[in-house]
Write a protein that binds this ligand. Structure first.
Ligand code: GCO
Ligand code: MG
Length: 402
């Protein structure tokens, strides 16, 4: 089944999405998510200049070979931009294969291992009390797992905290805004937030928190240890991901489960962390980590070491990328949880999806392929708008991890 065409669709219904559409001689097309927050057009250029010309004429059925053509076959391999492009190609080919065989992608990966996919919500507040209230509202809406982020007293901006009534979206129009950060204030505040949350929400709800790469290893070790009494489901990205050795220090001091890797893009970012059992959850999603083909391999390695998955599912993963995650989630044995940060209502004017939220879980229907379609005419009504993720500085001006 020859690939006869491919194009990139960029749209901005509330936020930017980059979608790759691959067409075949059989008249079947597939969609892939190529969205990389704040770097969208770099992926578009990479796909249009280098990948699409090399895709034309290839057999869309040969997913494994195409994957290796764009990974092993490339001298300048890895990296967020090229792996986002490769992920999109891979997702589109799985979508085509599912449609060609008239079955959902999960049936091609091994079939369902569970009826539905446990998801976690985002609770956020500009104070300790409002963050706990926000978490209580998530619990009322049926979520059984809730991530809590609250404004750190004394700081003007805190990662993950919405301002006003608009839903939290970290990328802002134009050039990157600069935020200020104080780890000492954060470390003394956070245990008080989770003490209160656990007390008010009770023992059954799963609580999560995202450190967003802000701590040094010894700071992260202290935090993980102090949070132990509130038995978190996970503490996410406690240190900057590229310092894999840093995770050893955290492990030596605490039993709080650790999730890492939403910014990773290959299995090689994970091998030390998985084989030394330094983490508990893999965050890298199919949309950024080489597609379904690569994530199935990462998940298999993780499973050997009793590490589970908890894929990144922020709004900058498009509905196509979210569907890809859900097909893997519903299939693999070592699934843990899936992040669910709902897209704004207007996104459904462009994307039609075959998954839906029901009381704490995500349910996938029986549509063939990934089960997502894009309305190109609608997409054209929402042109690209440049937006950038913030830059972070310590209170004295030192540049820090955002
Ligand atoms: C999360 C993430 C996101 C990122 C965002 C950056 O855990 O959901 O940390 O909120 O900040 O995806 O583009
Ligand atoms: Mg995160």
């Amino acid at each position: 089944m020859k690939i006869t065409g491919a194009k990139v669709i960029v749209c901005c219904p509330s936020r930017n999405f980059v979608t790759l559409k691959i067409e075949t001689e059989a008249g079947i097309h597939g969609l892939g998510d190529a969205t990389l927050n704040g770097r969208e057009l770099a992926v578009v250029a990479f796909l249009e200049e280098y990948c699409i010309p090399a895709l034309l004429g290839r057999d869309a059925r040969q997913i494994e070979d195409v994957w290796h053509y764009f990974y092993r076959g490339v001298y300048w391999r890895r990296g967020a931009v090229s792996m986002a492009a490769l992920s999109a190609i891979d997702l589109a080919l799985w979508d085509i294969k599912g449609k060609a065989l008239d079955t959902p992608v999960y049936n091609l990966l091994g079939g369902r291992s569970r009826d539905a996919v446990l998801v976690y919500a985002h609770a956020t507040g500009d104070s300790l009390a409002s963050a706990v209230e926000s978490a209580a509202r998530c619990a009322e809406a049926g979520y059984r797992a809730i991530r809590i982020q609250a404004a750190v007293p004394g700081l003007t901006d805190t990662y993950g905290v919405a301002k006003g009534k608009v839903p939290y979206e970290p990328a802002k129009r134009g050039l990157a805004v600069e935020e200020r950060w104080d780890t000492a204030r954060y470390l003394s505040f956070l245990p008080t937030l989770f003490a209160e949350a656990r007390q008010q929400l009770g023992p059954d709800v799963h609580l999560l928190h995202d450190v967003h790469h802000r701590c040094t290893p010894i700071e992260a070790a202290r935090l993980a240890k102090q949070l132990e009494p509130y038995h978190l489901w996970w503490l996410e990205d406690p240190v900057a991901g590229e310092l894999q050795e840093g995770l050893r220090l955290i492990r030596q001091h605490s039993t709080t489960p650790i999730a890492i890797g939403e910014v990773f893009n290959t299995i090689y970012d994970y091998t030390t962390l998985i084989t030394e059992q330094l983490i508990d959850f893999v965050r890298m999603p199919p949309a950024h980590g080489g597609g379904i083909t690569h994530l199935m391999k990462v998940a298999a390695l993780a499973g050997v070491y009793h590490v589970r998955t908890g894929f990144h599912g922020a709004t900058d993963i498009s509905p196509v990328g979210m569907a890809a995650s859900l097909h893997v989630d519903v299939t693999i044995n070592n699934f843990g949880i899936q992040e669910h940060m709902p897209h704004q209502e207007i996104v459904s004017e462009v994307f039609d999806v075959g998954y839906q939220f029901e009381r704490g879980v995500m349910v996938l229907d029986e549509r063939p392929g990934l089960g997502v379609e894009i309305d190109e005419e609608q997409a054209a009504k929402f042109p690209y708008r440049a937006a950038a993720l913030p830059v972070n500085r310590l209170t004295d001006g030192t540049l820090w991890h955002w």
